[in-house]
Write a protein that binds this ligand. Sequence first.
Ligand code: NAD
Length: 708
Amino acid sequence: MDNNSTFTLERQDNGITLLKMDVVGETMNTLRAEFADEFSSVLAEIKADNSIKGLVVYSGKDNSFIAGADITMLDDCETAEQATQIAAQGQAIFDQIERLKIPVVAAIHGPCLGGGLELAMACHQRICSDDNKTVLGLPEVQLGLLPGSGGTQRLPALVGLQKSLDMMLTGKHLRPKQALKAGLVSDVVPRSVLLQVAQELALTAKKAGKRKAPLVEKALESNPWGRKLVFDQATKTVLAKTKGNYPAPLKIIDAIRVGLEKGRVQGLAREAEHFGRLVKTTESKQLRNLFFATTQMKKETGVDGVEPATVSHVGVLGGGLMGGGIAYVTANNAKLPVRIKDINHQGISNALKYSFDLLNKKVKRRFIKKSEMQKQLNMVTGTTDYSGFASTDLIIEAVFEDLALKQQMVADIEANCKPGVIFASNTSSLPIHQIAANAKAPENVIGLHYFSPVDKMPLAEIIAHESTSDETISTTVALAKKQGKTPIVVKDKAGFYVNRILAPYVNEAANILLAGEPIEKIDRALVNFGFPVGPIKLLDEVGIDIGAKISPILEAELGERFKAPDAFNKLIDDNRKGKKTKKGFYLYTGKKSKQGKAVDEQVYSLLGVVPQSRLSEQEISERCVLLMVNEAVRCLDEKIVRNCRDGDIGAIFGIGFPPFLGGPFRYLDTLGARTVVDKLTQFKSQYGEHFAPCDALVAMAENEKTCY
Ligand code: NAD
């Protein structure tokens, strides 16, 4: 072993040997195929040494046990067989661990995910630290894959069929106590004694006691009929959720089923075979691209070579829906104190309630202690004047959508805060340069556009106007990242990026509705395409009035193609603003089962429509989605987004564009620019000028160019 070794053996006086994994030059441990030889020779050394009474596997990193496998190697696989080979190799090595004659204990601290958990499950016992960083899970499904190194076979044996399906089909992580309850670890101890307890366990040479399954679970899972019921139910749930767009979950179910019915050997063979095929699916490829893109973005500052300034105190203007959410992510995720200013106490208490409700839920689920909740709540304070604002470094403005009011906010902040304070506006439609028009220091004014609900939606658009300074950009990007957001830097033009590509998509859904297609059919078409909700339901969620407010701004700045159908004004006149007024396209009052699920038939008569299904789901989704793709290409051409990657991330994280399609630009590459131009041209002749393919797209088709 030399200084470049990933695995080191440390012999203890008590006869136990510690096997430490520490990938040189990396901050986190991840498994790589090239470690196989080194790992095998370490195992051979252990086998050959009769003086070793037990083995403890642990990580030399402070922040991770093993955070997963390095998936870049999968891109090098030219065939499914090669990927199957990688899985089979992992299985063989972990089998060797399992077959060691001495007790083997995994001492887990930090993330133990994917291949890391598969390794740990091959050990005879697992214990973990009680640290917040420690989580255990098999998240492969989120990359369109399955656990390929024995995970589909070992997890059900440890935690039962239903729990293992739940973990593998969702990819969710278990915290230490949940892992203990599930039977995945046999003890949870403070980190300071983790290695000591693990050694004691290895010395007692006790095999892990088999988990006592609850009676109902035992009755269901111990016989073929019960298991069939569980598998059938899991399949049904998967199909309802994925609409058949994601192949991995069904393969996970199949690999587990084969293992339970035909034994470990065949189960492992099926697992490796499925793994190989899944690696080569476009769905997995796109999900892996998405993973690489977000990882890359985490390292960027927004402006190359420009370091962010320190932000220690944040101010929020307006304690409404958005201000409350922004305050929460600032205190909870970024761990920064927040001062909220509203014109009245109601606004402040609304914002505080936002944090209280979310934290209270966490307490109830035992994710945090009450004392932790109190600590978090103390970080958010309110005022109706500017007291406490002198120490703020960055202000996020979330008052009403009104230009004069927002300009007044800039003036107030410049008068009441220290020089150099950044003013970040959460406007959804007003140009940032107009908000900055009367600013003394326009270089400190920027857009920071969140999406509702702020605590859940992962995207933030950072909008730099012409005189925004580079430091303001990088400081705002850094704060958004600390708040847990993936920021994209976009240009200051009407609708920025996300709302601009969303508008033609939603407007087309409205056109289709006005031509008589039933609302459920339109929404179903787009949900089956892969969106989380359909466009009409989305209008209800966001607010029909919000759409009506933004459309004229987009139309004035960008042209006729953004014109929302006039008939929609009838909805506003009817005070039909969507979910928030309990009156929209769907029903929100009456029997609970109908809440937001059944269409309010009155809408049809209001719009003068007699619903009748004429179009195929495919045509509906194509009309809406291709308009979005066309607008995304225009945005790239106009440099609204800096590159295709940001455009794809913006659409997936901001709108819910189907991740397995990789975003509008990756989807365009899949279809081919020529096909998209032809289809848009056909729609143009049928449905009007707004379908005209943009020049940049036509040029791509003519020159046979791709986005990536
Ligand atoms: P909201 O009506 O819920 O809240 C606005 C708050 O601002 C109110 O509490 C109000 O009392 C307060 N306010 C008004 N004047 C003020 C002043 N002079 N000083 C301090 N506070 C003042 O609105 P919202 O939905 O939270 O939206 C706020 C901003 O965020 C708007 O610009 C909106 O366009 C934008 N936005 C909204 C969404 C969304 O989905 N709601 C999404 C993205 C961006």
